[in-house]
Design a protein around this ligand. Structure first.
Ligand code: SAM
Length: 269
């Protein structure tokens, strides 16, 4: 018997998330979202979908196809900066790069499944669908190891206050009013807990300065820390202008907003 398994996708997901940082670590069930899983033609999948419509939630088993390689220990995005064994996490960097996501099934139209919130990027290959059955799949009273400990830490009041300097305030307001881009909730959530450098939270020292920067989607916020006060000093696009105007890089997230931002607040050399 061979110990290898060759998998072929049954279909591909269509979502609004083009790049990995746009997808949540787990589906954001509170945000309205509509995603489509398109199953491949010519495989009798219409028949295979029979009787699924009565389930309001399904499991997707899918491929972290944008990743290569894996690490035995990874740095989870939540909680203290502590590496955990990959099998004790939902990290996308695993020896067998399979993702598992419960999604809301809104309706089925032919070979298309209309789904609610998901954490897959656009074009992700999906290998299997299974019905979610609360009786089999839900055990809310089980222990969740280090995640329970992290939840207990996060339940405590935040240790840092977060303020915006006038320039950052003006830039944040410009982004919200003109482009409906608002990452202040993410800044408050992360920086009020722990503004120290953290790879997965995309926080790092700002080169040649005493400050730090945090990646927020396609943007960066620069901040200073003094005792238990965090001051957001300014915001900047995450990509240089030359990338944003490069036709080979078409479809970069928030590209138009970033170019318009650079008209107002030009890049420094
Ligand atoms: C933390 S994983 C959890 C996935 C799944 N819910 C699980 O528990 O197996 C979710 C992250 O995977 C990343 N991701 C989504 N689609 C991907 C893909 N096709 N290839 C690589 N990474 C992907 C996104 O950055 C997303 O935030």
């Amino acid at each position: 018997m061979s110990s290898f398994l060759t998998l072929q996708p049954i279909g591909f997901i269509r979502t609004q998330k083009q790049v990995k940082f746009q997808a949540r670590h787990q589906p954001a069930e509170t945000e309205p979202e509509r995603n489509v899983l398109e199953l491949l033609p010519g495989c009798d999948y219409e028949l295979a979908l029979r009787d699924l419509a009565g389930f309001s939630r399904i499991w997707l088993i899918w491929w972290f196809h944008r990743n290569t390689g894996w690490r035995p220990q990874v740095l989870p995005p939540r909680g203290p900066a502590q590496r955990r064994g990959v099998f004790a996490t939902r990290s996308p960097h695993r020896p067998c790069p399979l993702g598992l996501t419960p999604v809301q099934l809104i309706k089925i139209e032919g070979r298309q499944l209309i789904l609610g919130a998901c954490d897959l990027v656009d074009g992700t290959p999906v290998f299997d669908i299974k019905p979610y059955v609360a009786d089999y799949d839900s055990f809310p009273d089980e222990r969740a190891g280090w995640i329970d400990d992290v939840n207990a830490i996060l339940a405590a009041p935040p240790q840092f206050t977060v303020q915006f300097a006038p320039l950052a305030e003006e830039q944040a307001h410009w982004l919200i009013s003109g482009w409906q881009i608002d990452f202040r909730p993410r800044l408050f959530e992360l920086l009020s807990r722990d503004p120290s450098p953290h790879k997965t939270r995309r926080i790092r020292p700002r080169r040649n300065t005493p400050h730090f920067e945090i990646g927020c989607g396609a943007w960066r916020a620069i901040f200073a820390v003094e005792e238990n006060k965090v001051k957001v000093l300014e915001i900047e696009p995450g990509y240089p202008r030359r990338f944003l105007v490069d036709p080979a890089r078409e479809g970069m997230p928030d590209a138009a907003a970033q170019l318009a931002f650079l008209e107002f607040w030009p890049e420094r050399a």
